[in-house]
Write a protein that binds this ligand. Structure first.
Ligand SMILES: Cc1cc2nc3c(=O)[nH]c(=O)nc-3n(C[C@H](O)[C@H](O)[C@H](O)COP(=O)(O)OP(=O)(O)OC[C@H]3O[C@@H](n4cnc5c(N)ncnc54)[C@H](O)[C@@H]3O)c2cc1C
Ligand code: HEM
Length: 407
């Protein structure tokens, strides 16, 4: 626990630092990647370019510093971040680098206003915060390492099958090169994939898209197109174009808290586009368990981009427990309503009311941010308990500020 003096200084200076947080963070990252180019292998450099991660880190550090005298308040947030860090194999040494870099950036931006006393207080505060993450992350590493098929850091896997799921999404089946078998994971969890690039390696998260207990791990990747003047997605296009059966891929450990909670309530799985991947893992696991009713709602542009369509149709033909509904917002001429899809347009409150007999269910959703904002606002409108609402972002976590639903 930080000293009373440190607590006082951090609380007094937090508003000033928060005011300059964008400057401090951009200075921090600039210095960090100049002095430690090896960290470009870990950070998503596209998030750096579009400013997303810069905002997340600055907000997190300044936000958490407000709780310096009651760090236990942060436990929920710590777990989510620790899971993300664990997937990326963040080590204690990296915390030293980040801590030193952050203090250097504060000095650089604030100049003489950053007195030695202030810097010392922030060093102590960062040290306390870092200590919490380091401890939790080490626990995650230790627990996973001793599990059957477990490892620490990254492990080499071979692609054993490449399967096209739609015009934009392709699945990759992966088996460990050491032949030791695949680890258990929780449906909904993701792994990191690290691939070599020209200047540095690239690391990205991908949800595991099949249920656990198989002799392979599966990821399903959407190829990201060029947007405006920006080049097409680096890693997703590498997978689609360069990765073939026999290619070797480095995988981080399965992580994340977006996982099926135990219970016997019906489950509602809602996905938009490639957001379907963690929900496919959940769906397959629930069907294998054969106990809970599942409402599976998926929104795609049309049959061209609709992944896993025949698999889900097959499951729902086989099991009375699965009720599947498909939404297309831009159906093709050949797409038939009632056959290829059930509703045209976005998921709406009216449709959800007509499908679900009650809202006493567990809701899980994932998709593009506007899709998620729409779903969250509908669920709140329907009066779903917050504790029954679970979602995952395919990027740095954002606040899902409620926006008006489509109705
Ligand atoms: C927990 C989690 C799970 C995920 N699961 C999946 C999954 O199962 N399947 C899946 O396909 N993806 C998943 N993702 C997303 C995945 O991690 C990658 O973000 C995605 O594949 C894009 O990576 P990329 O390297 O291809 O694209 P990037 O190179 O990161 O580029 C992404 C997009 O940004 C654009 N861009 C580039 N530079 C800029 C800039 N300066 N400003 C604005 N835009 C720019 C590019 O044109 C491109 O369209 C998941 C993400 C998370 C966090
Ligand atoms: C106390 C210190 C730290 C805090 C408060 C912090 C906070 C965060 C937060 C809030 C996120 C976003 C999580 C999410 O989107 O769910 C994140 C992601 C991340 N963190 Fe940290 N972090 C810290 C230390 C570190 C260190 C030491 C490293 C390693 C150099 C690191 C590397 C990363 C990376 C690579 C990501 C993923 C970002 C991306 O998309 O590129 N963090 N961190």
């Amino acid at each position: 626990m930080a000293s009373t003096k440190t607590i006082q200084i951090v609380k007094q200076t937090e508003p000033v630092l928060a005011k300059y947080k964008e400057d401090i963070t951009s200075t921090f990252y600039k210095n960090l990647f100049e002095q430690h180019p090896e960290l470009k292998d870990i950070f998503n450099m596209t998030h750096q370019a579009n400013g997303l991660q810069a905002k997340v880190l600055a907000n997190a550090i300044f936000h958490y510093s407000k709780y310096i005298d009651q760090l236990e308040m942060l436990s929920g947030a710590v777990e989510q971040i620790a899971q993300k860090h664990a997937s990326l194999a963040i080590s204690p040494e990296m915390y030293d680098i980040v801590g030193a870099g952050l203090l250097e950036a504060i000095k650089e931006v604030l100049g003489e206003a950053a007195t030695p006393e202030i810097i010392e207080a922030w060093a102590e505060a960062y040290g306390d915060l870092a200590g919490i993450f380091i401890q939790r992350e080490e626990q995650i590493y230790k627990d996973f390492e001793v599990k059957p098929g477990g490892w620490r850091g990254y492990k080499s896997y071979a692609v054993v099958k490449k399967e096209v799921e739609s015009e934009t999404i392709t699945s990759f089946y992966l088996k460990p090169c050491d032949g030791k078998g695949c680890p258990e994971f929780l449906p909904g969890q993701y792994i990191s994939v690290r691939v070599k690039g020209d200047a540095h390696s690239h690391t990205r998260n991908y949800s595991l898209s099949d249920s656990p207990g198989k002799d392979y791990l599966r990821i399903s990747i959407k190829k990201e197109p060029a947007v405006k003047d920006f080049a097409q997605g680096v890693v997703s296009n590498y997978f689609h174009k360069e990765v073939e059966e026999g290619s070797l891929i480095n995988l981080g450990i399965p992580s994340g808290e977006f996982t099926l909670k135990p219970g016997d309530k019906p489950v509602v799985l809602l996905s938009g586009g490639v957001g379907v991947t963690p929900l496919m893992s959940m769906l397959n696991a629930l069907m294998e368990q054969g106990k809970r009713t599942v409402y599976f709602l998926h929104a795609a542009k049309n049959s061209g981009t609709h992944a896993f369509a025949s698999h889900v149709r097959q499951l729902s033909d086989q099991s009375g427990l699965l009720k599947s509904y498909v939404f297309y917002d831009e159906p093709l001429e050949k797409d038939l309503c009632g056959k290829d899809y059930d509703y045209q347009g976005l998921v709406s409150e009216t449709v959800l009311r007509s499908i679900l007999p009650s809202v006493e269910m567990d809701f899980y959703f994932c998709g593009p941010t506007p899709f998620m904002q729409n779903i969250l606002s509908i669920l709140r409108e329907l009066g779903v308990a917050e504790s029954n609402i679970h979602y995952e972002f395919f990027g740095p976590s954002e606040e899902l500020n409620a926006v008006p639903s489509v109705e």
